[in-house]
Design a protein around this ligand. Structure first.
Ligand code: UT7
Length: 317
Protein backbone atom coordinates (compact mmCIF):
# COMPACT_ATOMS: atom_id res chain seq x y z
CA UNK A 1 0.00 0.00 0.00
CA UNK A 2 0.83 3.64 -0.30
CA UNK A 3 -0.81 6.29 1.89
CA UNK A 4 -2.17 9.11 -0.28
CA UNK A 5 -4.26 11.08 2.22
CA UNK A 6 -5.03 11.43 5.92
CA UNK A 7 -7.71 13.11 8.00
CA UNK A 8 -9.02 13.37 11.53
CA UNK A 9 -11.83 14.96 13.53
CA UNK A 10 -12.37 15.63 17.20
CA UNK A 11 -15.34 16.54 19.37
CA UNK A 12 -15.45 20.24 20.24
CA UNK A 13 -15.59 19.92 24.05
CA UNK A 14 -12.22 20.04 25.81
CA UNK A 15 -12.18 18.51 29.29
CA UNK A 16 -9.07 19.36 31.29
CA UNK A 17 -7.72 17.45 34.26
CA UNK A 18 -8.84 20.35 36.44
CA UNK A 19 -12.37 19.96 35.04
CA UNK A 20 -12.29 16.31 36.13
CA UNK A 21 -11.02 17.28 39.57
CA UNK A 22 -14.28 19.23 39.96
CA UNK A 23 -16.25 16.05 39.32
CA UNK A 24 -14.28 13.43 41.27
CA UNK A 25 -11.47 12.82 43.71
CA UNK A 26 -8.53 13.30 41.32
CA UNK A 27 -5.99 15.97 40.47
CA UNK A 28 -4.17 17.42 37.50
CA UNK A 29 -0.89 16.34 39.12
CA UNK A 30 -1.94 12.67 39.48
CA UNK A 31 -3.25 12.35 35.91
CA UNK A 32 -0.31 14.20 34.36
CA UNK A 33 2.35 12.27 36.29
CA UNK A 34 0.81 8.82 35.84
CA UNK A 35 -0.34 9.17 32.23
CA UNK A 36 0.97 12.31 30.50
CA UNK A 37 -2.62 13.35 29.74
CA UNK A 38 -3.51 17.03 30.31
CA UNK A 39 -6.87 17.26 28.51
CA UNK A 40 -9.09 15.26 26.20
CA UNK A 41 -11.82 15.99 23.62
CA UNK A 42 -15.12 14.47 24.71
CA UNK A 43 -18.34 13.86 22.79
CA UNK A 44 -21.27 16.01 23.91
CA UNK A 45 -23.92 16.60 21.24
CA UNK A 46 -21.93 15.09 18.36
CA UNK A 47 -22.62 11.68 16.86
CA UNK A 48 -19.56 9.53 16.26
CA UNK A 49 -20.61 8.89 12.66
CA UNK A 50 -20.36 12.63 11.97
CA UNK A 51 -16.82 12.78 13.31
CA UNK A 52 -15.95 9.66 11.31
CA UNK A 53 -17.41 11.27 8.17
CA UNK A 54 -15.43 14.48 8.76
CA UNK A 55 -12.19 12.52 9.18
CA UNK A 56 -12.96 10.47 6.06
CA UNK A 57 -13.76 13.53 3.94
CA UNK A 58 -10.55 15.22 5.05
CA UNK A 59 -8.57 12.13 4.07
CA UNK A 60 -10.29 12.07 0.67
CA UNK A 61 -9.59 15.78 0.13
CA UNK A 62 -5.96 15.26 1.10
CA UNK A 63 -5.74 12.34 -1.34
CA UNK A 64 -7.50 14.45 -3.99
CA UNK A 65 -9.99 11.76 -4.80
CA UNK A 66 -13.76 11.52 -4.37
CA UNK A 67 -15.77 9.08 -2.32
CA UNK A 68 -17.07 7.40 -5.48
CA UNK A 69 -13.50 6.37 -6.37
CA UNK A 70 -13.21 4.18 -3.26
CA UNK A 71 -13.29 0.40 -3.71
CA UNK A 72 -13.56 -0.51 -0.02
CA UNK A 73 -14.10 1.11 3.39
CA UNK A 74 -12.73 -0.54 6.52
CA UNK A 75 -13.51 1.09 9.85
CA UNK A 76 -12.06 0.11 13.18
CA UNK A 77 -14.61 0.71 15.92
CA UNK A 78 -15.40 -0.73 19.33
CA UNK A 79 -18.66 1.03 20.10
CA UNK A 80 -21.03 3.66 18.73
CA UNK A 81 -24.76 4.34 18.80
CA UNK A 82 -25.45 1.91 15.96
CA UNK A 83 -24.77 -1.77 16.52
CA UNK A 84 -25.86 -2.17 12.92
CA UNK A 85 -25.34 -1.02 10.17
CA UNK A 86 -21.59 -0.73 10.33
CA UNK A 87 -19.89 2.62 10.83
CA UNK A 88 -18.22 2.07 7.45
CA UNK A 89 -21.63 1.74 5.77
CA UNK A 90 -22.94 4.87 7.47
CA UNK A 91 -19.89 6.88 6.36
CA UNK A 92 -20.16 5.42 2.84
CA UNK A 93 -23.50 7.14 2.31
CA UNK A 94 -22.28 10.46 3.67
CA UNK A 95 -19.18 10.71 1.47
CA UNK A 96 -20.81 9.58 -1.78
CA UNK A 97 -19.07 6.21 -1.91
CA UNK A 98 -20.54 2.98 -3.22
CA UNK A 99 -18.35 0.05 -2.32
CA UNK A 100 -18.05 -2.86 0.12
CA UNK A 101 -17.95 -1.66 3.72
CA UNK A 102 -16.99 -3.40 6.93
CA UNK A 103 -16.20 -2.59 10.56
CA UNK A 104 -13.68 -4.50 12.57
CA UNK A 105 -13.18 -4.60 16.29
CA UNK A 106 -9.71 -5.42 17.56
CA UNK A 107 -10.02 -2.89 20.41
CA UNK A 108 -7.24 -0.30 20.51
CA UNK A 109 -5.22 -2.33 17.98
CA UNK A 110 -7.99 -2.05 15.38
CA UNK A 111 -6.29 0.46 13.08
CA UNK A 112 -3.27 -1.85 12.65
CA UNK A 113 -5.62 -4.78 11.93
CA UNK A 114 -7.45 -2.59 9.39
CA UNK A 115 -4.12 -1.87 7.67
CA UNK A 116 -3.46 -5.61 7.53
CA UNK A 117 -6.87 -6.26 5.90
CA UNK A 118 -6.40 -3.38 3.44
CA UNK A 119 -2.99 -4.67 2.38
CA UNK A 120 -4.49 -8.12 1.74
CA UNK A 121 -7.21 -6.58 -0.47
CA UNK A 122 -4.64 -4.57 -2.43
CA UNK A 123 -2.27 -7.52 -2.80
CA UNK A 124 -5.05 -9.73 -4.17
CA UNK A 125 -6.26 -7.09 -6.66
CA UNK A 126 -9.62 -6.78 -4.91
CA UNK A 127 -9.32 -3.01 -4.56
CA UNK A 128 -7.31 0.01 -5.70
CA UNK A 129 -8.39 2.77 -3.33
CA UNK A 130 -9.29 1.91 0.25
CA UNK A 131 -10.46 4.17 3.07
CA UNK A 132 -8.95 2.82 6.28
CA UNK A 133 -10.37 4.52 9.32
CA UNK A 134 -10.88 4.36 13.06
CA UNK A 135 -13.66 6.09 14.99
CA UNK A 136 -14.02 5.70 18.71
CA UNK A 137 -15.97 7.04 21.68
CA UNK A 138 -14.45 5.24 24.67
CA UNK A 139 -15.81 7.89 27.03
CA UNK A 140 -19.17 6.12 26.54
CA UNK A 141 -17.83 2.81 27.86
CA UNK A 142 -16.28 3.90 31.13
CA UNK A 143 -17.89 4.22 34.53
CA UNK A 144 -17.74 7.93 35.32
CA UNK A 145 -17.59 7.06 39.01
CA UNK A 146 -14.38 5.08 38.48
CA UNK A 147 -11.54 7.59 38.52
CA UNK A 148 -8.98 4.91 37.62
CA UNK A 149 -10.42 4.53 34.09
CA UNK A 150 -12.59 7.52 33.16
CA UNK A 151 -9.75 10.06 33.30
CA UNK A 152 -7.79 8.15 30.66
CA UNK A 153 -9.97 8.40 27.59
CA UNK A 154 -11.01 10.83 24.87
CA UNK A 155 -13.06 10.52 21.67
CA UNK A 156 -12.19 11.07 18.01
CA UNK A 157 -11.71 9.72 14.51
CA UNK A 158 -8.81 9.30 12.13
CA UNK A 159 -8.67 8.11 8.53
CA UNK A 160 -6.33 7.49 5.65
CA UNK A 161 -6.75 6.66 1.98
CA UNK A 162 -4.41 3.98 0.66
CA UNK A 163 -3.74 2.81 -2.84
CA UNK A 164 -1.41 0.27 -4.44
CA UNK A 165 2.28 0.72 -3.70
CA UNK A 166 5.27 -0.67 -1.90
CA UNK A 167 4.97 1.31 1.32
CA UNK A 168 4.17 -1.46 3.78
CA UNK A 169 7.53 -2.93 4.74
CA UNK A 170 6.34 -5.28 7.51
CA UNK A 171 3.27 -5.96 9.63
CA UNK A 172 2.47 -8.20 12.60
CA UNK A 173 -0.81 -8.57 14.46
CA UNK A 174 -1.64 -10.94 17.28
CA UNK A 175 -4.19 -11.77 19.95
CA UNK A 176 -3.95 -13.70 23.17
CA UNK A 177 -7.35 -14.19 24.75
CA UNK A 178 -7.49 -12.59 28.20
CA UNK A 179 -10.92 -11.35 29.27
CA UNK A 180 -9.78 -10.70 32.81
CA UNK A 181 -7.60 -7.64 32.28
CA UNK A 182 -9.77 -5.45 30.07
CA UNK A 183 -13.44 -5.75 29.08
CA UNK A 184 -16.78 -4.02 28.72
CA UNK A 185 -20.06 -5.95 28.80
CA UNK A 186 -23.46 -4.81 27.66
CA UNK A 187 -26.92 -6.30 28.15
CA UNK A 188 -28.73 -7.38 25.01
CA UNK A 189 -32.48 -7.21 24.36
CA UNK A 190 -34.48 -9.57 26.54
CA UNK A 191 -36.27 -12.46 24.81
CA UNK A 192 -38.91 -14.91 26.09
CA UNK A 193 -36.23 -17.62 25.98
CA UNK A 194 -33.27 -16.18 27.87
CA UNK A 195 -32.57 -18.06 31.07
CA UNK A 196 -28.95 -17.03 31.70
CA UNK A 197 -27.85 -14.18 33.93
CA UNK A 198 -26.53 -11.21 31.98
CA UNK A 199 -24.85 -8.11 33.25
CA UNK A 200 -24.06 -4.63 32.07
CA UNK A 201 -20.53 -3.82 33.15
CA UNK A 202 -18.76 -0.59 32.25
CA UNK A 203 -15.15 -0.77 31.16
CA UNK A 204 -13.01 -2.73 33.56
CA UNK A 205 -9.25 -2.47 33.31
CA UNK A 206 -6.59 -4.00 35.52
CA UNK A 207 -4.34 -1.00 34.92
CA UNK A 208 -0.99 -2.31 36.06
CA UNK A 209 -1.38 -5.66 34.34
CA UNK A 210 -2.39 -3.99 31.09
CA UNK A 211 0.53 -1.59 31.48
CA UNK A 212 3.04 -4.44 31.75
CA UNK A 213 1.50 -6.42 28.89
CA UNK A 214 1.40 -3.28 26.74
CA UNK A 215 5.08 -2.53 27.23
CA UNK A 216 6.12 -6.12 26.55
CA UNK A 217 3.93 -6.64 23.49
CA UNK A 218 4.69 -3.29 21.89
CA UNK A 219 8.42 -3.78 22.30
CA UNK A 220 8.18 -7.34 20.99
CA UNK A 221 6.04 -6.33 17.98
CA UNK A 222 8.28 -3.41 17.04
CA UNK A 223 11.41 -5.58 17.20
CA UNK A 224 9.64 -8.21 15.07
CA UNK A 225 8.64 -5.78 12.31
CA UNK A 226 12.07 -4.11 12.32
CA UNK A 227 13.67 -7.51 11.88
CA UNK A 228 11.18 -8.56 9.15
CA UNK A 229 11.85 -5.34 7.26
CA UNK A 230 15.62 -5.65 7.70
CA UNK A 231 15.78 -2.28 9.44
CA UNK A 232 17.34 -1.01 12.64
CA UNK A 233 15.64 1.12 15.28
CA UNK A 234 17.56 4.19 14.05
CA UNK A 235 16.17 3.83 10.50
CA UNK A 236 12.69 4.74 11.75
CA UNK A 237 11.77 8.41 11.32
CA UNK A 238 8.78 8.34 13.70
CA UNK A 239 7.41 5.79 16.14
CA UNK A 240 3.66 6.43 16.01
CA UNK A 241 2.50 4.52 19.06
CA UNK A 242 -0.93 4.05 20.60
CA UNK A 243 -1.50 7.00 22.90
CA UNK A 244 -2.56 5.24 26.09
CA UNK A 245 0.06 6.30 28.58
CA UNK A 246 3.15 8.45 28.13
CA UNK A 247 5.11 6.18 30.48
CA UNK A 248 4.51 3.13 28.25
CA UNK A 249 5.81 4.91 25.16
CA UNK A 250 8.69 6.51 27.01
CA UNK A 251 9.77 3.14 28.39
CA UNK A 252 9.96 1.79 24.83
CA UNK A 253 11.81 4.88 23.68
CA UNK A 254 14.42 4.43 26.39
CA UNK A 255 14.83 0.77 25.49
CA UNK A 256 15.42 1.81 21.87
CA UNK A 257 17.65 4.65 23.03
CA UNK A 258 16.32 7.06 20.41
CA UNK A 259 15.60 10.78 20.64
CA UNK A 260 12.23 11.93 22.03
CA UNK A 261 11.57 13.76 18.74
CA UNK A 262 11.11 10.32 17.12
CA UNK A 263 8.23 9.52 19.49
CA UNK A 264 5.56 12.12 18.72
CA UNK A 265 2.85 12.56 21.34
CA UNK A 266 -0.70 13.84 21.28
CA UNK A 267 -2.17 12.03 24.27
CA UNK A 268 -1.48 15.18 26.28
CA UNK A 269 -4.32 16.82 24.31
CA UNK A 270 -6.53 13.84 23.37
CA UNK A 271 -6.05 11.14 26.00
CA UNK A 272 -6.49 7.55 24.90
CA UNK A 273 -8.85 7.51 21.92
CA UNK A 274 -8.62 3.73 21.46
CA UNK A 275 -7.89 2.63 17.89
CA UNK A 276 -8.30 6.18 16.58
CA UNK A 277 -5.16 7.37 18.37
CA UNK A 278 -2.58 6.15 15.84
CA UNK A 279 -4.69 7.41 12.91
CA UNK A 280 -5.18 10.82 14.56
CA UNK A 281 -1.48 11.20 15.31
CA UNK A 282 -0.53 10.26 11.75
CA UNK A 283 -2.86 12.95 10.42
CA UNK A 284 -1.45 15.50 12.83
CA UNK A 285 2.11 14.83 11.65
CA UNK A 286 1.01 15.01 8.01
CA UNK A 287 -0.81 18.31 8.48
CA UNK A 288 2.10 19.80 10.41
CA UNK A 289 4.30 19.06 7.39
CA UNK A 290 6.55 16.80 9.45
CA UNK A 291 6.41 13.84 7.03
CA UNK A 292 8.78 13.66 4.06
CA UNK A 293 8.94 11.24 1.15
CA UNK A 294 10.91 8.18 2.19
CA UNK A 295 10.28 8.59 5.93
CA UNK A 296 9.82 5.27 7.68
CA UNK A 297 6.92 5.21 10.14
CA UNK A 298 6.56 2.50 12.77
CA UNK A 299 3.03 2.07 14.12
CA UNK A 300 2.31 0.06 17.26
CA UNK A 301 -0.84 -0.48 19.31
CA UNK A 302 -2.27 -2.80 21.97
CA UNK A 303 -5.59 -3.29 23.69
CA UNK A 304 -8.37 -5.54 24.88
CA UNK A 305 -8.28 -9.08 23.61
CA UNK A 306 -5.44 -8.90 24.49
CA UNK A 307 -4.55 -7.75 20.97
CA UNK A 308 -1.43 -6.07 19.72
CA UNK A 309 0.12 -5.14 16.42
CA UNK A 310 2.82 -3.15 14.70
CA UNK A 311 3.81 -2.24 11.17
CA UNK A 312 6.34 -0.19 9.26
CA UNK A 313 5.14 1.99 6.42
CA UNK A 314 7.24 4.15 4.13
CA UNK A 315 5.67 7.58 3.64
CA UNK A 316 5.43 8.10 -0.11
CA UNK A 317 2.63 10.59 -0.50
O1 UT7 B 1 -5.88 1.44 25.55
C1 UT7 B 1 -6.00 0.33 26.38
C2 UT7 B 1 -4.72 0.07 27.06
N1 UT7 B 1 -4.71 0.71 28.36
C3 UT7 B 1 -3.56 1.08 28.93
O2 UT7 B 1 -2.52 1.00 28.33
C4 UT7 B 1 -3.55 1.54 30.37
C5 UT7 B 1 -2.38 0.91 31.11
N2 UT7 B 1 -2.33 1.26 32.50
C6 UT7 B 1 -2.05 2.50 32.93
O3 UT7 B 1 -1.88 3.40 32.13
C7 UT7 B 1 -1.88 2.74 34.40
O4 UT7 B 1 -1.88 1.50 35.08
C8 UT7 B 1 -3.00 3.65 35.01
C9 UT7 B 1 -2.81 5.08 34.52
C10 UT7 B 1 -4.37 3.13 34.62
C11 UT7 B 1 -2.90 3.66 36.54
O5 UT7 B 1 -1.61 4.08 36.92
P1 UT7 B 1 -0.83 3.26 38.06
O6 UT7 B 1 0.45 3.95 38.24
O7 UT7 B 1 -0.80 1.83 37.61
O8 UT7 B 1 -1.74 3.51 39.33
P2 UT7 B 1 -2.51 2.43 40.24
O9 UT7 B 1 -3.62 1.81 39.51
O10 UT7 B 1 -1.50 1.54 40.87
O11 UT7 B 1 -3.10 3.36 41.38
C12 UT7 B 1 -2.23 4.04 42.29
C13 UT7 B 1 -3.10 4.86 43.24
C14 UT7 B 1 -4.22 4.08 43.88
O12 UT7 B 1 -4.34 4.52 45.22
P3 UT7 B 1 -3.73 3.68 46.44
O13 UT7 B 1 -4.40 2.34 46.35
O14 UT7 B 1 -2.26 3.61 46.16
O15 UT7 B 1 -4.10 4.49 47.62
C15 UT7 B 1 -5.44 4.52 43.10
O16 UT7 B 1 -6.63 4.43 43.87
O17 UT7 B 1 -3.70 5.93 42.51
C16 UT7 B 1 -5.11 5.94 42.80
N3 UT7 B 1 -5.82 6.48 41.64
C17 UT7 B 1 -6.04 7.78 41.46
N4 UT7 B 1 -5.73 8.86 42.19
C18 UT7 B 1 -6.08 10.05 41.71
C19 UT7 B 1 -6.31 5.78 40.58
N5 UT7 B 1 -6.86 6.63 39.71
C20 UT7 B 1 -6.71 7.88 40.23
C21 UT7 B 1 -7.05 9.15 39.78
N6 UT7 B 1 -6.72 10.22 40.56
N7 UT7 B 1 -7.67 9.36 38.61
Amino acid sequence: MRIIGTGSAHPKRTVTNDDLAQLMDTSDAWIRERTGICSRQVITDEHLEDLATEAAQRALDDAQIEGKELDYIICSNVINEYVTPSMASIVEGKIGASCPCVDLNAACTGFIYAIDFAEALLQTDRANNILVMAAEEPTRMVNWNDRSTCVLFGDGAGAMVVTKGNGLRAIKVSSKSNLGVLHYKRKLEPTPFITKEEEHKPLYMAGQEVFKTAVTSSLHDLLAVLSEAGLTKDDITYYILHQANFRINDFIRHRFDVDASKFPVNMDRYGNSSSASVAMLLDELNRMGRLKKGDLLAFSAFGAGFTSGACIIEWNK
